[in-house]
Design a protein around this ligand. Structure first.
Ligand SMILES: [Zn+2]
Length: 202
């Protein structure tokens, strides 16, 4: 396998080894498994990947992924709490703690700290304000990371939501400074979520 000079195989190994947690060795093993199971694995994988490529898009209201063939969870679920996260990995982290049952809002990043609180350029902030107003949301939980960018973003959003009736809370300081939500263990995240409080300016 390692000496294989078949271009198609080499190309596939290169792509697979770019996936998280996989090096060239494990990529080779995966590709070998695929090739030995053409009908059971390669065929359905090819079709599924093509469908994901064609149909899965980012919702421009909540930032979650959705199928272009159906409406997003944000439009067909009742909620009075919104948890704001930076990215999908952070949402999955909060989901895995099981503590939050409301709706998520995926910003798509943070404000660069040097840009201060000038504008939420590129982040889904406007649509968050609209969601909060439209659904008379009671609480917005800011679960951005404990980095300078995460704090700047939290304050910016908190300011943006001033005119709404929603209570704005921030995860407790159990989150290590600089820590991203995605890399917290379930226990730490659970308690930071549970002990959330009003956002404070320092
Ligand atoms: Zn949505």
């Amino acid at each position: 396998m390692a000496d294989s000079k078949v271009k198609e195989i080499e190309d596939l190994i290169k792509i697979v080894s770019k996936l998280p947690g996989l090096g060239p060795k494990s990529a080779q093993r995966i590709v070998l498994k695929l090739i030995n199971n053409r009908e059971e694995l390669i065929k359905p994988l090819t079709n599924t990947l093509a469908q994901v490529y064609r149909n899965v898009v980012r919702c421009n209201i909540c930032g979650n992924l959705k199928s272009s063939n159906s409406s997003c969870v944000c439009s067909n679920k009742k909620y009075d709490q919104i948890c704001v996260v930076e990215n999908l990995a952070d949402m999955f982290a909060v989901q895995s703690t099981g503590i939050f049952k409301g709706s998520y809002h995926i910003l798509g990043g943070t404000l660069p700290s040097f840009e201060g609180q000038k504008s939420g350029n590129g982040l889904l902030v406007e649509s968050l304000i609209n969601r909060v107003k439209k659904n008379s949301v009671k609480e917005v939980i800011l679960a951005t990371s404990a980095s300078i960018e995460g704090e700047t973003t939290a304050h910016y959003i908190s300011d943006s939501l001033k005119d709404t009736k929603a209570k704005i809370t921030r995860l407790a300081k159990g989150v290590p400074v600089g820590g991203s939500i995605e890399h917290l263990d379930d226990g730490t995240l659970f308690s930071a979520f549970k002990n959330r409080g009003p956002i404070v300016s320092d």
